[in-house]
Ligand binder design. Structure first.
Ligand SMILES: C[S@@+](CC[C@H](N)C(=O)[O-])C[C@H]1O[C@@H](n2cnc3c(N)ncnc32)[C@H](O)[C@@H]1O
Length: 306
């Protein structure tokens, strides 16, 4: 599957999860794809639904894509802007970055947001308690080399083609309102922030919100898929047992390395929670990957290796 990588990056971006969802879960839906926690958009864009509602409380993410939809931003304008500001960055260094950061925090323009997103430290987007972008510079004055600009312009172009050829609505709103829009036949894909991680103005997530999401999803007439984590070597996600095991859960192991040694190969279990019995396709798995289906709570101990 060819994955379109979006031009904006965000914490918890699920680039790797897209093929997992689309290649290992076979599901139909007649209605709309509704995504209350849109983030970078990598999941929704790549699922390429005919009709969709893409929402997030972070207005800068949503406005960026709205600006592409209304053609306020085009690949040509992005190239022109990044070449101009990239040259300024080269000559003025970090002063240029911080001037654009101040300008963004005053005017909230999408092109400035793109610049900051691609030139900030570690590619993080983080906002302080007043909703102002506060990530420092990555300290690479030559950040916007020609090849890098072309890469970003191509990403904008690919996403623009998708947006202009589909019936997609972008909304800045809280998940409570977005989940309410879902009707029978729609598919809700939810990827909320993980509790205790990456907390900032737009990414805080509390136990109360996890429970409210659980209640909203328990009551929806639509089908849903929720992305979360199941466990790692050190801990389990307690909400799997206390809340989400009311539903079907598909887990997939994923290995990450700490340092070069083979001994430090740690396993993490990612989870997809669904309120329908998913048809599982395992033919696309790598050799050391395994999918496990957990039946709803009644059979919680009844793990089925696929
Ligand atoms: C883990 S990220 C989503 C990542 C996305 N799936 C991707 O691959 O890029 C969670 C998103 O939820 C948004 N968010 C946080 N609290 C929210 C809320 N109460 N309602 C709607 N969106 C919220 C954040 O702004 C963030 O973009």
């Amino acid at each position: 599957m060819r994955i379109f990588v979006p031009p904006i990056k965000c914490q918890g971006i699920k680039t790797k999860l897209v093929s997992w969802i689309s290649e290992s879960l076979d599901f139909d839906y007649q209605g709309r794809w509704i995504e209350p926690f849109f983030g970078s958009g990598v999941v929704g864009f790549n699922m390429r639904p005919k009709n969709a509602i893409f929402a997030d409380t972070n207005p800068h993410l949503i406005n960026f894509y709205k600006d592409i939809q209304t053609e306020k931003i085009t690949p040509g304008l992005v190239r022109e802007f990044l070449e101009f500001e990239g040259n300024n960055l080269q000559s003025k260094g970090s002063d240029c970055y911080y001037e654009i950061r101040t300008r963004f925090n005053d005017q909230f323009e999408s092109l400035d947001f793109l610049f900051l997103n691609r030139a900030c430290f570690n590619g993080m987007i983080r906002f302080n308690k007043n909703g102002k972008f506060n990530v420092p510079f990555c300290k690479k004055e030559n950040r916007f080399a020609k090849a890098y600009i072309t890469k970003i312009v191509n990403q904008v172009d690919n996403i623009r083609t998708l947006i202009l050829n589909h019936d997609w609505t972008f909304l800045v709103q809280d998940f409570h309102d977005t989940v309410k829009l879902a009707k029978e036949g729609d598919l809700l894909y939810c990827d909320p922030p993980y509790i205790d991680r990456h907390v900032d103005y737009y990414n805080g997530w509390s136990e109360a919100e996890e429970k409210e999401l659980f209640t909203a999803l328990s009551n929806t007439k639509a089908n849903f898929i929720l992305s979360t984590w199941h466990s790692n070597k050190y801990r389990e996600n307690e909400y799997i047992k206390t809340l989400w095991s009311n539903f079907y859960i598909v887990t997939k192991n994923h290995f990450y390395h700490v340092g070069a040694s083979e001994r430090n190969r740690n396993e993490m279990l990612e989870a997809l929670v669904c309120n329908f019995s998913p048809r599982i396709i395992s033919s696309t798995l790598q050799e050391d990957e395994q999918l496990v289906l957990l039946e709803p709570r009644i059979n919680y101990e009844n793990k089925k290796a696929i």
